[in-house]
Design a protein around this ligand. Structure first.
Ligand code: FAD
Ligand code: NAI
Length: 467
């Protein structure tokens, strides 16, 4: 029987990164993945395919709506949906193959099949053809990720009532799409189809969009996406979704408890995801999940059983690929006796609509609920030369800081390229910069990054230069 120092169950961004770091630290490492391709949700049905379709649909939308203003004629422009899907599949395939290469390069043994505990150090792997093998491992990392959730009254049939997985490979661009949930998936995939010509309606239970982000981004995003043609129904609780022939009928209750009905070609259910531990046989290792289905872990991400760790979407915290990756590195280094550190507060969050939204650190709502004093500064994109040159004037940067020490507490932004601009904000928070530090750093002109400097000038002493 094969024996390993470390075995990772699940090859998503948490799992494969943990395996690489274990191998780099000299551990004999194995990784188990139940699907034929490596990379987990992120590479196969999450981050990568959704961004591929977001990028393609954005090109189409720009060609259709904005190229004319740049003096570029696009007569005869048409959409080739099968080609768009094929490019997305090619990107996914190349990325997954890249992970296979990384496993080989780091001499990590890959097992395909379902991994299930026989005991805390023994795992049975069941392949698709039913054959089984058993391996032993001194340490085990559970990185089995998450699956889409639904709500009572909504049965996902994967044909008309779908999750993000099906939405990434629909055979046609729907004439109409109803999205349940105005969170990250709802807005990203809603944007894809809206840009391609679908009539998109978003039904959200709360009175705001993207509730995990700063409230000012939520308001600005609502305004901007409405302008792009997406219809929003906030404070609506979906009661039931039924599919009949080629249509889906949705009923919801509005704030006044009145019944509101919707009809669409497809209904995308995007109401969150839940941790996935089915088939792991956790009991055999002496483990139990908590009331929300997560594997409980301590501050070292070790479970209640010594030598078994858990990371990524299957444990508490934001369900983000880069959070899972950081945890993978953290656990490998902890197992190797090092003393790594993770600052959960400084994990950025990004929404890849256009314009994009991104944030890191405290939101204004969190500071208010903690009754913490703060000052703020902001700067609108419309006052940036670069934004006008690019015709990308929607958006802003907002900085929250301690009024006494000037230390930055949170940075939130919406606008073109903020998914990349947020990296500067993360560095500032990680190094505990003050708003004055950021305000005094030279930012290249003309760039969108100048909005960060100007927002810092506004926060430090209400002295923006270009407003
Ligand atoms: P996963 O990526 O879910 O991987 C878990 C793996 O474990 C899977 O491959 C699964 O097959 C395998 N597995 C499960 N049980 C077993 C078993 N018993 N034996 C063997 N293998 C098993 N996050 C971002 O940060 N940025 C984004 O842009 C982004 N976009 C997203 C878009 C969509 C549409 C979705 C759905 C998610 C997106 N996410 C994004 C979230 C991101 O995909 C997850 O946070 C991330 O994949 C979690 O990584 P993980 O390693 O914990 O688990
Ligand atoms: P989410 O938590 O972002 O949003 C779910 C939304 O559904 C919330 O706004 C919630 O209020 C709403 N909702 C819940 N019940 C409802 C009901 N009965 N009726 C109407 N609305 C209801 O979850 P989402 O969008 O499904 O994404 C899942 C996870 O995947 C997220 O945690 C996110 O972090 C991750 N993800 C990250 C991305 C990124 O980093 N860009 C992209 C896509 C997903």
């Amino acid at each position: 029987m094969s024996k390993f120092d470390a075995t990772v169950i699940g090859s998503g961004p948490g799992g494969y990164v943990a395996a690489i770091r274990c191998a780099q630290l000299g551990m004999k490492t194995a990784i188990i993945e139940r699907y034929p391709t490596l990379g987990g949700t992120c590479l196969n049905v999450g981050c990568i395919p959704s961004k591929a379709l977001l990028d393609s649909s954005e090109h189409y939308h720009n060609a259709l709506k904005h190229f004319g203003k740049h003096g570029i004629e696009t007569d005869g422009l048409s959409l080739n949906w099968p080609s768009m899907l094929a490019r997305k599949d090619e990107v996914v395939s190349q990325t997954c193959t890249g992970v296979e290469y990384l496993m080989k390069k780091n001499e990590i043994e890959v097992f395909h099949g379902n991994g299930a505990f026989l005991s805390s150090q023994s795992i049975q792997i069941t392949r698709d053809d039913g054959t089984q093998i058993q391996i032993e491992s001194e340490k085990v990392i559970i990185a089995t990720g998450s699956k889409p959730s639904s709500i009572p009254g909504v049965e996902i049939d994967k044909q008309r009532i779908i999750t993000s997985t099906e939405a990434l490979k629909l055979k046609e661009v729907p004439k109409s799409l109803l999205v349940i949930g105005g969170g990250i998936i709802g807005l990203e995939l809603g944007s894809v189809y809206s840009r391609l010509g679908s009539e998109v309606q978003v039904v959200e239970y709360l009175d705001c969009l993207i509730p995990s982000m700063d409230g000012s981004l939520s308001k600005e995003m609502l305004r901007t996406l409405k302008k792009q043609g997406i219809k929003f129904f906030l404070s609506h609780a979906v009661q039931e979704v039924k599919s009949s022939q080629n249509k889906v009928l949705i009923s919801a209750l509005n704030k006044k408890e009145e019944k509101v009905e919707f009809e669409a070609d497809y209904c995308l259910v995007a109401v969150g995801r839940h941790p996935y531990t089915e088939g792991l046989n956790l009991e055999a290792a002496g483990l139990k999940v908590d009331e929300r289905g997560r594997v409980p872990v301590d501050e070292n991400l070790q479970t209640t059983v010594q030598g078994i760790y858990a990371i990524g979407d299957v444990v508490k915290g934001a369900m983000l690929a880069h959070k899972a990756e950081e945890e993978g590195v953290f656990v490998a280094e902890t197992m190797a006796g090092e003393k790594p550190h993770m600052n959960y507060r400084n994990i950025p969050s990004v929404l890849y609509t256009w314009p994009e939204a991104a944030g890191v650190g405290y939101t204004e709502e969190e500071l208010i609920s903690e009754e913490r004093d703060y000052k703020s500064g902001s700067f609108p994109f419309r006052a940036l030369g670069r934004a006008r040159a690019a015709m990308e004037t929607d958006g802003l940067v907002k900085i929250l800081a301690d009024p006494v020490t000037d230390e930055i507490l949170g940075i939130h932004m919406m606008g073109a390229r903020v998914a990349d601009l947020i990296a500067e904000a993360v560095v500032a928070l990680e190094f505990r910069a003050s708003t004055e530090d950021l305000a005094r750093i030279s930012h290249a002109h003309p760039t969108f990054a100048e909005a960060v400097k100007e927002a810092a000038l506004d926060a430090t002493a209400k002295r923006p230069l270009h407003l």
